[in-house]
Design a protein around this ligand. Structure first.
Ligand code: HEC
Length: 117
């Protein structure tokens, strides 16, 4: 790790007040193309582009990249418990998590707001 990276991490910690959660994500640099290839496993539940049509499976399209990284790492570590997702996250490397997050966050969400009546 270079001096520059250390400075970046310190700055990130100051900005986010939870820098330890974000510093890895900010530096990892996910590859959306690799993430797309890896997302085949996820498509049955979350939709090919992350726009799940099944209400029990959250939409991943358009979510913040850092949030998706955080969620997947939390499933992997057991901080966030879900019988289904723990299993899928367990085998993912940091790079695969970064790639998947880059892919799903770059997809357009079909969520929309409705005009108040
Ligand atoms: C068998 C169905 C299934 C598969 C396959 C699946 N998921 Fe999930 N996923 C779920 C369910 C159900 C939840 C909600 C769990 C909860 O309540 O925490 C979820 C939650 C998530 C969340 C948290 C979303 C949020 O808004 O907090 C992420 C991120 C995620 N999945 C990513 C993935 C990725 C990446 C893959 C492929 C490697 C994948 N999932 C495969 C069913 C699935």
């Amino acid at each position: 790790m270079t001096i520059k990276n250390i400075k970046f991490n310190v700055a990130a910690a100051g900005v986010f007040l939870a820098g330890s959660l974000f510093s890895g994500a900010a530096l990892a640099g996910g590859d959306a193309e690799a993430g797309k290839a890896a997302s085949a496993t996820c498509a049955a539940c979350h939709g090919a582009d992350g726009n799940s049509t099944i209400p029990t499976n959250p939409k991943l399209a358009g979510q913040y990249e850092s949030y998706l990284v955080h969620a997947l790492k939390a499933y992997r570590s057991g901080d966030r418990q879900n019988a289904i997702m723990s299993g899928f996250a367990a085998g993912l490397s940091d790079q695969q998590i970064a790639d998947l997050a880059a892919y799903f966050s770059s997809q357009e969400s079909d969520l929309q707001t409705v005009e108040p009546k």
